[in-house]
Ligand binder design. Structure first.
Ligand code: B12
Length: 106
């Protein structure tokens, strides 16, 4: 059976994207190890070394994913054991606050 590690980034405490991701991957036939929210990069790497997954899936929605996701992938690619592990990052990119529409003249 294929396995996937599902995780968030160190600062991201949102959990429901992780739950959805786990459900989708399980429906696709993966055995999933869900590391939960606010997961340190070192822990993700340790789990990947232990589980030897076919996929690492990262959910991040709190707005820091661009930085922390890059840090995670850089660490992953720098580890000889994990450098070739397929990894995906996703999550909402909704703006924190919509820009109010200008009223009146264009
Ligand atoms: C619930 C919620 C919370 C709860 C979380 C509780 C919990 N147990 O998860 C609480 C109150 C704790 C919280 C805290 C904060 N939140 Co909040 N939160 C939300 C909220 C309302 C819903 C998120 C949610 O659960 N959605 C349901 C899940 C199922 O959807 P999802 O996470 O978007 O995931 C979907 C997709 O993104 C995608 N997806 C997700 N992961 C992945 C991964 C892959 C690989 C793929 C392909 C797809 C994918 O698939 C999922 C299903 O469609 C959103 C606003 C919103 N309406 O989205 C804000 C939101 C995410 N939060 C936001 C913010 C700013 C915060 C705080 C910083 C607020 C604060 N000032 O304290 C903190 C951050 C805490 C932290 N350290 O991370 C912002 C993020 C802004 C940004 N991205 O720039 C949002 C967008 C609100 C906003 N518009 O300002 N939050």
């Amino acid at each position: 059976m294929r396995t996937a590690v599902v995780t968030s980034t160190p600062s991201d405490s949102h959990t429901w994207g992780l739950v959805v991701l786990q459900c989708v991957l399980e429906e696709a036939g993966y055995a999933v190890r869900n590391l939960g929210a606010c997961t340190p990069v070192a822990r993700v790497l340790d789990e990947c070394r232990a589980v030897r997954p076919d996929l690492l899936a990262v959910s991040t929605v709190n707005g820091h994913g661009r930085v922390e996701g890059a840090e995670l992938i850089t660490a992953l690619r720098g580890d000889p054991d994990l450098a070739g592990l397929p990894a995906v990052i996703g999550g909402c990119s909704r703006p924190a606050a919509p820009t109010p529409a200008r009223s009146g003249r264009n």
